[in-house]
Design a protein around this ligand. Structure first.
Ligand SMILES: [Zn+2]
Length: 378
């Protein structure tokens, strides 16, 4: 690691309305914001080599605590030299806390003040995740940005349940802070983010933000969105939630989203995103372009010799026709998944770069209007 780089330094270079652009300097590299983080669930961004992920313009990727603790196991990754060395990605990695996936993927959960007991979706083995164990796993992996352990209830639960869950998450945020700070070298070289909860309720969001501010974190995530509430409800929350969080720290909207979600969220002051959409869609033949989503399995592409997106600068668009990509996806060829994943990740990074440029130039409103006209035909 280059010693001249700071542990964590966020600077805002320009703002335009509520949108802002800047960078996060860290030991393993600098993250340009607004940033999109490709998801590398099981120590791989599916269908992509790490050097190709970097070539799309990604400054940071995300790894999943839940998946890695079950297979290959955090202790094993640590014995093999940590996640960066294991998967050959030497830039920053953000790891989630496992809290969300333990609730959405595992069987037979038992939630207590201490943490969550659950059975693996892979082999039924019994595990326990607590704030302390989540911090230990993220430290064993060698994560650069560690997420506090939280609980994310469904937004359609009764209000008393959402309130109790938010309060539990804030107690866990303090325990995460304490356990992270006890992590020695790792704590001195990495960052910890807190996660705001409170579903769609402004009062609960304010209380959650206040609790997190008191504890103090390097960055603040907006959790509990993109869980089925719809874009309008999400934007309603984003109209006020980022403003409740400290201005001098990055704000990270977890698990979002579609290209038009990203534009609307940046417009409302969000700095960081992650989502499986570009990679998962790429494997299914769903491509994102400046003119909207394209389903490559559709017969209308069968003899189309043009590129997927004439405005895209990626390697796929430079070399391959829509007709060929259509054929690969109709035939279930692995290369089809690889090429469209590469395009989608490149498109997402080109979108982030275009937003950063527009904010710097003070033309974000024009950019957003033109984007929606072409992408949403709006
Ligand atoms: Zn492309």
């Amino acid at each position: 690691m280059a010693s001249e780089n700071p542990r964590f330094a966020f600077t805002v270079a320009a703002t335009d309305g509520r949108a802002r652009t800047g960078q996060i300097a860290m030991r393993r590299g600098t993250i340009r914001t607004p940033a999109f983080m490709p998801v590398g669930t099981a120590a791989t961004v599916k269908a992509m080599k790490p050097e190709d992920v970097r070539a799309t313009g990604a400054d940071i990727i995300l790894g999943n605590t839940y998946h890695l603790m079950l297979r290959p196991g955090a202790e094993r990754v640590a014995r093999l030299g940590g996640l960066h060395k294991f998967m050959r990605w030497d830039r920053p990695i953000l790891t989630d806390s496992g809290g969300y996936q333990v609730m959405s993927l595992s069987d037979l959960r038992k939630l207590t003040e201490k943490g969550v007991e659950f059975r693996s979706h892979i082999d039924g083995s019994k595990h326990m995740l607590t704030p302390e164990r989540s911090m230990e796993i993220q430290r064993l992996l060698g994560s650069d940005i560690v997420m506090a352990f939280d609980e994310c209830p469904r937004a359609d639960r009764p209000m008393e349940e959402i309130e109790a869950s938010m309060e539990l998450s804030m107690r866990w945020a303090q325990r995460s802070r304490d356990a992270f700070d006890a992590g020695g070298d790792h704590a001195e070289n990495s960052a910890l983010f807190g996660i705001q909860q409170g579903a769609l309720d402004k009062g609960l969001r304010a209380r959650s933000a206040e609790a997190l501010r008191k504890i103090g974190f390097d960055g603040y995530a907006i959790g509990g969105l993109a869980v089925g509430e719809g874009q309008e409800a999400m934007f309603d929350v984003l109209d006020y939630a980022p403003g409740m969080l400290p201005e001098d720290a990055p704000r990270y909207l977890m698990g979002v989203g579609k290209p038009d979600d990203l534009v609307g969220a940046v417009e409302r002051g969000v700095d960081m995103f992650d989502c499986v959409l570009p990679t998962r869609s790429g494997r299914n033949g769903q491509a994102f372009t400046w003119n909207g989503p394209v389903n490559l399995r559709n017969a209308r592409h069968a003899e189309d010799t043009g590129p997927l997106d004439p405005r895209c600068h990626c390697a796929t668009c430079a070399s391959y026709s829509r007709a060929y990509l259509h054929h690969l996806h109709k035939s279930g060829e692995i290369l089809g998944a690889m090429l469209v994943t590469e395009h989608n990740l490149s498109f997402y990074q080109q979108l982030m770069q275009a937003m950063r440029d527009a904010i710097s130039a003070g033309t974000f409103d024009d950019f957003a209007r033109n984007f929606r006209r072409d992408y949403l035909k709006a």
